[in-house]
Structure formats: C-alpha cells, structure tokens
Design a binder for this molecule. Structure first.
Ligand SMILES: NC(=O)c1ccc[n+]([C@@H]2O[C@H](COP(=O)([O-])OP(=O)(O)OC[C@H]3O[C@@H](n4cnc5c(N)ncnc54)[C@H](OP(=O)(O)O)[C@@H]3O)[C@@H](O)[C@H]2O)c1
Length: 275
C-alpha cells in the first residue's frame, strides 16, 4: 500500500466505501477486515447508509483504534446544534468508537455554515472528532466555507469523481490542492444503484494490455496524480484485493492520452456532479 500525508495524517491512497452494505454482512465484514490488515486505513460511512455503520462497527471490534481513520457524515437536515450532537452520538454508538477521525456535512442544502462549523469545532475540542469536513461542495461552496469563522479548518471535501465525471478537474481539484484540503473521490466506478460505468472499449483494451480489470484501470487513473483519495466500496475480498493491487498499477502516458480521448477533460466550468 502507498500512503499520502495530509495535515500530518498518514492516509492509505485508497479507502473503503460503504454505501449499500448489508448484502452478506459476514462477507462484508471480512472484506473490511481484509482491507485493514492489508494496508488500507481509511473507512468512509454515513448515518444515512442503512446498516453500514453497525456492520463496520462489528468489523472493527478488536482492532486498535489508532489503526484506522474513520469517516462518517451527518445529513444537512441535522445541521443544528441539538440534532448534530444526536447524529454524532448515534454514529459513535453504531460504530462502537469514542471518536471519529473525520466528520462530514453530507451535502450543503440549507445548512447554516456559521453554526455548523461552530458546532463541529466544539466536537473537536471535546475530543469527539479529530477533524471535520464537507461533501458534495463545489468550488463556490468551498469559497463560502472559507469566509465563516474557523471555516479554514476544513480537512476534506468528498465529491463524485471518476472517468465519466471529470468536471472537478477544471477548478475544484487544483483549488483544494493549493490549500492542502484532502479530496476524497466517491463512486470511483460510478456504481450507486448498480448503475456501473460501462467501460469504453479503450478501458477494456488498456486493462487487457496490463493484464488487469477495467475497474483497476479506473482506480489507477484516479490515482495518477496522487492528489485524490478514492473510496471504492467492495463487499467481497476478491474486489478488495483487486483494488489494493490497482494502487501499484502505473498507466503509461499513451494510456492516459487514449483515456483522455475516450473521456475528455473539462474545458470549462461545469456544475458539480452528484449522486
Ligand atoms: N459523499 C457522498 O455523497 C457519497 C455518495 C456516493 C458514495 N459515497 C461513498 O463512496 C463509496 C463508493 O461509491 P459507490 O458505493 O457509489 O460505488 P463504487 O465504489 O463506484 O462501486 C461499488 C461497486 O463496485 C464493485 N466493485 C468494487 N471493487 C471492484 C473491483 N475491483 N472489480 C469489480 N467490481 C468492484 C462493488 O462490488 P461488491 O460490493 O460486490 O464487492 C460494488 O458493486 C460509497 O460506498 C460511499 O462510501 C459517498
């Protein structure tokens, strides 16, 4: 596994996603434990992911708390002081931990950024979270965030980013990189609702040439600049193994150029894609 350093946190270059867990609970917990014992230390979940927090909590039993970086999220409709505390306490209880490493506002909606950040800072001071961040924020949302008191303490923004959804490359990615704000990329295979990317022939050809799968090409492509941290969800060990192996897959300049032709980079600002 390779690691990146963000604000003194040593994070594995890929994490473990967890939307729509609860197919085969036992297999999913095994897959999470396999990932953690093979170098992944970032796990992403949310209060809104059904049983995912409880399933992850079961998988984490017995693993020393400092061995993983645990992310959860609260809904914007819970972004009031009372409801945020209730959300956080619920996530901690289901996950079976005393603190989160990163707590994200799941999307902006009508959340009051001033009071939300103030409450997140209180959680931090109380030792209930180590960092806070946001999700589904576009560049203007991030600019707005930086204008509120302590808004510049934001650790991460988690957004949709994959081969078919490259809008963030135009301005948001460089904007975050300049400020050392971690970019977590969700749905690397665009698979929510099982609506996978249908890999273009180019992806299949490149996969064939490297002796890997199209999904491994998609992950290696996301990792090409070392400035995003993808969060693939995998409910089976074989998929976790493949995703870990993809970290060492280096795409050639010619591969990248063929992928650029199949999935062109943005040439102008496009609104942030969301799932
Ligand atoms: N912040 C947000 O608003 C937001 C929104 C969406 C997602 N997310 C986060 O991002 C995570 C990932 O996104 P996602 O769940 O939408 O989908 P995804 O990671 O793009 O795709 C997951 C699907 O890919 C399969 N898969 C995993 N590794 C594979 C491999 N190596 N080869 C072939 N198939 C593979 C999984 O199968 P198996 O499960 O059968 O292994 C699952 O069906 C979520 O779980 C969640 O943590 C965040």
């Amino acid at each position: 596994m390779q690691f990146i350093n963000i604000q003194n946190e040593r994070l594995s270059t890929i994490g473990i996603g967890s939307a729509a867990l609860s197919g085969d609970r036992h297999a999913e917990q095994e897959a999470i434990r396999y990932g953690l014992s093979n170098g992944i230390n970032v796990i992403d979940t949310a209060e809104s992911y059904g049983d995912s927090e409880a399933i992850i909590g079961g998988a984490l039993k017995g693993i020393p708390r400092d061995q993983y970086f645990l992310i959860s999220k609260f809904l914007p409709q819970h972004a009031t002081p009372d409801l945020m505390r209730r959300s956080l306490e619920g996530s901690l209880r289901r996950l079976g931990v005393d603190y989160l490493d990163l707590y994200l506002l799941h999307w902006r909606e009508n959340a009051n950024l001033i009071t939300t950040v103030a409450e997140l800072e209180k959680f931090k001071q109380a030792g209930l979270i180590r960092h806070w961040g946001v999700s589904n924020f576009d560049t203007q949302d991030m600019e707005d965030l930086l204008t509120v008191p302590d808004g510049d303490h934001v650790f991460a923004n988690e957004d949709l980013y994959n081969l078919t959804s490259r809008g963030v490359e135009y301005d948001l990615l460089p904007w975050q990189q300049e400020r050392q704000i971690c970019f977590l990329s969700y749905s690397p295979f665009h698979a929510v609702g099982w609506n996978f990317i249908k890999p273009a022939t180019t992806v299949k050809e490149i996969a064939h040439e490297h002796g890997v799968t199209p999904q491994q090409v998609m992950l290696a492509w996301l990792l090409r600049n070392h400035n995003v941290l993808p969060l693939p969800k995998a409910g089976q060990i074989s998929h976790v193994q493949a995703n870990i192996a993809a970290v060492d897959l280096v795409l050639l300049p010619a591969d990248l150029s063929r992928l650029n032709t199949a999935y062109p980079a943005p040439t102008h600002k496009v609104p942030l894609d969301k799932i």
